[in-house]
Design a protein. Structure first.
Length: 433
């Protein structure tokens, strides 16, 4: 098919109006409208030849009408060329059926089977318009189906006398050619549409492969060096305590390295969750150890604000959950608590056990949130990160990832906050012990 498109110049004709700024779906719709216009022009020429060959009554008028409408149909190419895509499609859906309607109504009647083309016209909106225009699709579908049913079951045949055009043999041949032509047009449109879908799927597969390679590089070739950098910076800080300026600079570097590492972790977790590649692996873990490790990891950010910790979790607190997911959830929520806490603020972390679930409550006494932002988080609308109390920037990705990972574990969350008072985030995960 590619060879035919290139050899006979169909490819240029099908791509009239297609430009780089169009999305894949929009480009396909433009190509489909161009294809339908081309097939409609061919059909008009075909029936002009048949009408003349079989000496149809009023054949001169039929040929004239078909030529006029072939020219009118070609106007859709000019509309697409001028980026008036929606106008071109609506114009086509209205103009293409008209010559068939006039020829069937005034001259041919239902006997030759030209009204079968209204079944083709009823299908065209489904490939020309996107789902967003479903009401337009439905309207054109109903109109064309109504016209077809009228001619098939209610229209009276024309006077059969005075022309060989209405002989039984000629009528049956025309009916047969109409059926074959309709099936051919539908098949050609569907084959081309399937071809485009196939090519788009191939492109999406290639893009996904490239995306996976990029994130694989991030996970293995970038994540490791950033983690090692943070470790060596800690060693340098411990061995150069006498040089205050150097220690200050090294701490800033370590803070940025840690922040970069956390953002990279969140990005990778978000990609795994979004692509469905994250694996839930529950095991028995110590909740107290996880929280204390996170506190140590975020110690630089907390110490700069002189955050006071109040952690009430039993040392022998064991729960069955996914360690990586749970650590990510806790880390992001605690990091946000630090970010929005004031200088010398307090963060409370405590554990509760209920019948069906256990909870980790993380409470800060910082800037809090207004009702609108609370609603954004609860309803999972687009989250925009706001600056922390020390001007810390964020991406908003950590909270998105945390909510997804809570859901992946079959858990829930309760968010309570008041502007200027603070925020209380309750993470609820099911009992699996």
């Amino acid at each position: 098919m590619k060879l035919l498109l290139t050899k006979f110049g169909f490819k240029k004709l099908l791509n009239v109006g297609v430009s780089q700024h169009l999305s894949i779906d929009s480009s396909v719709r433009v190509q489909m409208s161009n294809l339908m216009a081309f097939l409609a022009i061919l059909a008009n020429i075909q029936y002009s030849i048949l009408s003349w060959f079989f000496d149809a009554p009023g054949k001169e008028t039929i040929v004239t009408i078909n030529i006029i409408f072939a020219l009118l149909i070609s106007v859709s190419y000019l509309l697409n060329l001028n980026a008036r895509y929606m106008t071109a499609k609506i114009y086509l859906m209205m103009v293409i059926p008209l010559p068939v309607f006039f020829a069937t109504w005034f001259y041919l009647g239902p006997e030759p089977g030209t009204h079968y083309f209204f079944l083709v016209f009823a299908m065209m909106p489904f490939v020309a318009f996107s789902y967003n225009h479903r009401y337009i699709i439905f309207a054109f579908f109903i109109i064309n189906m109504f016209v077809y049913l009228y001619f098939e079951f209610f229209a009276l045949p024309k006077d059969l006398s005075g022309s060989d055009f209405y002989s039984a043999a000629a009528t049956e041949l025309l009916r047969f050619m109409s059926i074959v032509s309709c099936i051919f047009h539908i098949a050609l449109i569907m084959i081309y549409f399937l071809r485009i879908v196939y090519l788009n799927q191939e492109e999406l597969i290639r893009n996904n492969i490239h995306k996976d390679r990029i994130f694989s590089i991030l996970a293995h070739d970038l994540k490791g060096p950033i983690g090692i950098m943070s470790t060596y910076l800690t060693v340098l800080i411990d061995t150069n305590q006498n040089d205050k300026n150097l220690v200050f600079g090294l701490k800033e570097l370590r803070k940025n390295a840690t922040q970069g590492f956390l953002v990279l972790e969140n990005l990778l977790d978000w990609v795994r969750t979004d692509s469905g590649k994250i694996i839930f692996s529950p095991e028995k873990i110590n909740i107290s150890d996880i929280v204390l490790n996170i506190r140590d990891l975020l110690s630089i950010q907390a110490s700069e604000k002189q955050i006071v910790w109040e952690i009430q979790i039993p040392e022998d607190c064991y729960e069955v959950c996914d360690e990586r997911m749970t650590s990510t959830i806790f880390r992001n929520i605690i990091s946000n608590a630090i970010k929005y806490s004031p200088y010398k603020g307090m963060i409370k972390i405590f554990y509760e056990k209920q019948t069906n679930h256990w909870s980790l409550i993380i409470e800060d006494f910082g800037i809090g949130m207004d009702t609108d932002r609370l609603q954004q988080i609860v309803s999972r609308e687009k989250l925009v990160s706001i600056y922390g109390t020390a001007g810390e920037k964020g991406t908003g990705l950590g909270l998105v990832v945390s909510l997804d990972l809570i859901r992946e574990q079959g858990g829930n969350f309760i968010l309570q906050s008041e502007k200027g008072i603070g925020t209380k985030f309750t993470i609820q995960l099911p009992n699996r012990n």
